[in-house]
Write a protein that binds this ligand. Structure first.
Ligand SMILES: [Zn+2]
Length: 298
């Protein structure tokens, strides 16, 4: 097993905040499930076209360890988990990705370094907020990258919901690591369901929770929008690595389609001018803090 680098470790504390849904107080949690350091050229685009991808593999510098946030909503219709974080088995890359291609393993080893201990996995973190895995009603996936799906192993009994396009056309998904029982409910978007993004899939019955298309990082990448009584929250997956990238129009190197990402950034900004919006990407060091202090995108 690769030696974990504990010295450069950063601790991201779990956060909890309370929002109102139709007058009812509802808790929203950010749980930190391991950390990941990515090549600087992975987080921030360096070079044009395919050169930016080659530069990810050739670059030597890594970012500091970034959080892997998993979001939990104690929704009146049931407890909802958004993405599932990492797991400790994944640290032994040759074993974990044994059935993947040589190139897949090479790419993974040269793009990021993950750090997680078994007691940091999602089941333990849920216990810390007094939620048992069995209490979870629904798991929503933004996309199929390993640091978002490696905690799926805890949810064989739950409904898992994700966008149909991402399921049918995943980018860089280690399909051999998916649980054998993995059969998500894959959904199509409905037109005219939301301003700016236009298409959406209403997840909750009262349509305060929606899956929205935010392509670019992967072609089928989605985010989750929670409409509270006072403001909205976008759980943005890997739409960007941090909030500043959206504000400055800075591209991540890890992108399948830069033009789609540009449009997705515009949509976030346009939406945030209509409704106050907290923007929460999975690997943003400050996302937990923004959720706790209710800081808005614009
Ligand atoms: Zn990703």
């Amino acid at each position: 097993m690769k030696q974990q680098d504990f010295n450069k470790s950063k601790i991201y504390k779990n956060v909890t905040t309370t929002v109102k849904l139709k007058g009812k107080e509802v808790k929203v949690h950010g749980l930190s499930i391991g950390t990941v350091a990515v090549k600087r050229n992975f987080k921030t685009k360096n070079g044009y076209g395919s050169l930016s991808k080659i530069n990810i593999l050739l670059g030597k510098e890594y970012t500091e360890y970034l959080p892997i946030w998993v979001w939990v909503i104690e929704h009146p219709e049931g407890i909802i988990v958004i993405d599932t974080g990492e797991n400790a088995e994944s640290l032994d890359i040759d074993k974990y990705l044994a059935k993947e291609s040589f190139f897949a393993k090479y790419q993974f080893k040269h793009a990021c370094k993950v750090k997680i201990q078994p007691q940091e996995e999602l089941n333990h973190q849920l216990n810390k907020i007094n939620i048992k895995v069995d209490d979870v009603k629904l798991v929503i996936l933004t996309h199929l990258h390993s640091d978002h799906i490696d905690g799926l192993k805890f949810f064989p009994k739950q409904e898992i919901l994700m966008g149909k396009y991402e399921f049918l056309h995943p980018d860089n998904c280690f399909t051999t690591t998916l649980p054998s029982w993995f059969k998500p409910n894959t959904v199509d978007f409905i037109q005219n369901k939301i301003e700016v993004f236009n298409q959406a899939y209403p997840i909750s019955q009262n349509e305060d929770l929606l899956l929205i298309p935010t392509p670019g990082h992967t072609l089928g990448h989605n985010s989750v929008l929670l409409k509270t009584d006072d403001f909205d929250i976008i759980f943005a997956g890997d739409s960007s690595y941090h909030q500043d990238q959206v504000l400055k129009g800075e591209m991540a190197g890890a992108n399948t389609d830069y033009n789609k990402t540009k449009q997705t950034y515009r949509n976030f900004l346009d939406y945030a001018t209509l409704r106050r919006t907290i923007y929460l990407p999975t690997h943003d060091e400050n996302a937990g803090q923004r959720l706790a202090s209710k800081s808005f995108l614009v």
